[in-house]
Design a protein around this ligand. Structure first.
Ligand code: COA
Length: 711
């Protein structure tokens, strides 16, 4: 929150008085249309145009300067050219204005000169403790009848409703408002954040989370001002109400466009981090603007679902199958009908009806059959929600089917969603259904996608609230490992120091011994038991395999001796200046699946834990997933389950399942390290071997890089 800003953003959302500096009468000007909007929306406070050129604007007495106003306006909307904005901020600050909306463009988004102007605007706003929306924004509206504020230059306003929309793109916001009008989507508030020099999406989330008139929050973002803060804020807000987001820049081209668009600093390839962030904060991410608004529509009805089990009732097979496929894609389940109910329906319906889930009653049924069957299905305790698909036929009117659905809806608290195939939102039947609490869609996939979001939100709200686990740590060993780096002046810890650091956090490694002579190595191998692996120990070599510094599968003492001489030669040849401190002899881990667990640090997101299947799954398929640390137990479980190769860990074709609890715990332990040791800038356990259930996980290779300043 920036200086002077109230948590509810009262100054911008519910001002008692507004001055529009740069209001005008000249046709086609932004200042003309914004002030006219303010008046036409029926603003309940006092509106003051300020402009030396006019005696009145839109019939309202105009003031030449801010200093001439009869009172201090609570909000100042600024629409004067960029070089003059800072002075207007000063004038408003001097009379005691609390909030600003700067519409003007020509700031950070145009380069260094603009950035300097913007910095000056921010400095002056801060001097008077004023909160600031913009610059380079489309404005703010609040449809609350007590306020009726339209401080945008939109041509018209969408209907009043309970959806709040925050947009990082002004033009997209304007387009959406237009769409809202056409589709009759009701909005509570709208904010175009522009360059976010003051108020950002985190401030708005918090304010809208508290707003009684808002039931659903939509965000269009190109980048986040502060990923960590977003995580904290969104986790809180999603406890109260759903937050839906569309984050553009999924592709590298999209990100480049986003960057040049608002001067935001999106980096390529960060999309998966956003997925992680949204998953951890309970924010539902939509793929398309269409999905965003369809999902918003279903949430705005106040419908909630108690679980993922859906029943589909249809009068034609094809749409039922399309819906069933979409249901599975959207994480919903299609439970089989309970046997007693199935028998009863078989008795009642035509013999050609397919009495299963989806239930296809065939085209030849009267509306009463829809009503009775839906009634029976929605009443089954196995079912959480119903989708009714009606394809128009000559035997039944859409009005009759809508009435049949509503008669069932009147008795049921479970969500019922309709697809009147082919009828759009403007049709009479769809409106009739929606006005009576049954969202209706043109296509079955749209209906299912909306229901899937309701179910995901339910799963989020009712998730097990396990706290972050804290494991005991051997702090002396941690200190010793880090001191080693300080002494040696290297940022990549040698493997034994990396191992001792990770062992201190409870990560298991195979038994290992350091040998400085060939006979020591042979002896150590006998003690550990064959087969063994030998690795060169050198502070100067981080990729040992590349220099011929690893030998695996050594089965007896002679093989150990031979490997010793061979590796001396190959390492010397490949890395002549590297210091060789000896060789490590370790037990060779056999069996199990190779995975990777790692840590990266990101300037906006902080410490991030990475998990993926090892080997080619990481290198070729990029089958990895991310979470912001700290990783809670449930997130660790989701990470493991979300990789494509998860079935390999679960065990396929009669194979024993892997030790998933031990793997999840290892992820949590690494996460704890990432949070507690900010000096660790990168960490890789690759491979980490996941052994069969009950046998734990063993790290075979560890790489730890420290941040330059921590050496
Ligand atoms: N106090 C009061 N009024 C002032 C003023 C001041 N200090 N300085 C200038 N004005 C008045 C001018 O007299 C003028 O009014 P008039 O045309 O009725 O005489 C009005 O403010 C605007 O100034 P002008 O120089 O005519 O600029 P403009 O209207 O061509 O452009 C902006 C001003 C702000 C609209 C323009 O600079 C801009 O930023 N446009 C882009 C807006 C945008 O797209 N924002 C982002 C949306 S996502």
């Amino acid at each position: 929150m920036s200086v002077g800003q109230s948590a509810e953003l009262r100054e911008q959302f519910q001002p008692a008085s507004v001055a529009v500096v740069g209001a005008s009468n000249r046709p086609g000007k932004v200042g003309t249309s914004l002030f006219r909007n303010l008046i036409e929306a029926g603003f309940r406070g006092v509106a003051y145009p300020v402009n030396p050129s006019w005696k009145s604007v839109s019939g309202v007495r105009c003031y030449g300067r801010v200093a001439d106003l009869p009172e201090a306006p609570e909000l100042g909307v600024i629409i004067v050219p960029a070089p003059m904005v800072a002075d207007v901020v000063d004038e408003l600050g001097a009379v005691g204005t609390k909030g600003l909306i700067v519409i003007t463009s020509g700031f950070r988004e145009v380069g260094d000169a603009g950035a300097a102007l913007e910095a000056e605007v921010v400095r002056r706003a801060a001097k008077y403790r004023m909160s600031l929306v913009g610059p380079n924004c489309f404005g703010v509206f609040n449809t609350d009848p007590e306020v009726s504020l339209n401080a945008t230059f939109s041509e018209s306003l969408p209907p009043r409703g309970n959806i709040a929309f925050v947009s990082q793109s002004g033009a997209l916001g304007a387009g959406i408002l237009q769409y809202g009008i056409t589709e009759r989507i009701g909005f509570s508030r709208f904010v175009s954040v522009g360059n976010r020099a003051g108020v950002d999406e985190n401030d708005l989330l918090r304010a809208l989370g508290r707003d009684e008139k808002t039931q659903v929050i939509l965000l269009y973002v190109e980048s986040l001002a502060d990923g960590r803060k977003f995580l904290e804020t969104a986790r809180e807000v999603t406890e109260q109400k759903p937050v839906l987001v569309i984050k553009s820049g999924r592709t590298a081209a999209g990100e480049r466009a986003a960057r040049s668009h608002t001067g935001s600093l999106a980096q390529s390839g960060r999309d998966q981090l956003y997925d992680a962030l949204f998953a951890q904060s309970g924010v539902l991410r939509a793929d398309t603007l269409g999905d965003l608004f369809r999902t918003a529509k279903i949430f705005s009805t106040g419908l909630a679902v108690d679980g993922p089990r859906l029943v589909i009732l249809t009068n034609s097979g094809g749409p039922g199958i399309v819906a069933a496929d979409a249901a599975i894609r959207n994480g919903l389940e299609l439970p089989p009908l309970p046997p007693a109910l199935q028998q009863e329906l078989v008795r009642r319906l035509p013999s050609i009806a397919a009495v299963s889930n989806p239930l296809d009653m065939t085209a030849d049924v009267p509306p009463q059959a829809y009503q009775d069957t839906l009634d029976a299905l929605i009443g089954a305790p196995e079912v959480h929600a119903a989708l009714v698909i009606a394809t128009p036929t000559g035997t039944m009117s859409s009005d009759a089917i809508a009435e049949a659905i509503l008669r069932v809806k009147a008795k049921s608290t479970k969500p019922i969603v309709a697809c009147l195939f082919g009828l759009n939102d403007l049709s009479r039947e769809v409106q009739f259904l929606e006005q009576n609490g049954v969202p209706a869609f043109t296509f079955p996939e749209e209906a299912v996608q909306g229901l899937g979001s309701l179910a995901r939100y339910h799963a989020w709200r009712t998730r097990p609230r396990a706290a972050v686990r804290t494991f005991p740590v051997d702090r002396d060993a941690v200190r010793a490992a880090l001191d080693w780096a300080t002494r040696s002046g290297t940022s990549v810890l040698p493997e034994y120091a990396a191992r001792s650091l990770l062992s201190a956090y409870g990560i298991q490694f195979p038994q290992v011994a350091r040998a400085t002579t060939v006979e020591e190595a042979a002896h150590a191998a006998e003690e550990i038991g064959f087969p063994v692996v030998m690795k060169v120990a050198s502070p100067d070599i981080s990729h040992k395999t590349d220099v011929g510094g690893v030998a695996v599968g050594l089965r007896d003492a002679d093989q150990v001796r031979a490997a010793w001489s061979r590796m001396q030669e190959s390492v010397r040849a490949a890395a002549p200046t590297a210091r060789i401190e000896g060789f490590e002899v370790e037990a060779q881990v056999s069996g199990g699946k190779e995975v990777l667990v790692g840590v990266q640090r990101d300037p906006g997101f902080g410490p991030i834990v990475v998990f993926g299947m090892g080997g080619i799954y990481v290198e070729v398929l990029r089958d990895v997933t991310f979470r912001l640390a700290p990783v809670r137990p449930l997130s660790a479980q989701h990470m493991v389950e979300s990789v494509k190769a998860f079935p390999l860990l679960k065990g396929v074709r009669g194979e024993a399942p892997s030790d998933l609890p031990a793997l999840q715990e290892a992820i949590e332990r690494v996460s704890q390290l990432a949070v507690e040791l900010p000096q660790v800038s990168e960490l890789d356990l690759n491979p980490l071997i996941v052994r069969p259930a009950g046998k734990g996980v063993v790290a075979v290779d560890a790489r730890v890089v420290l941040a330059p300043s921590s050496k």
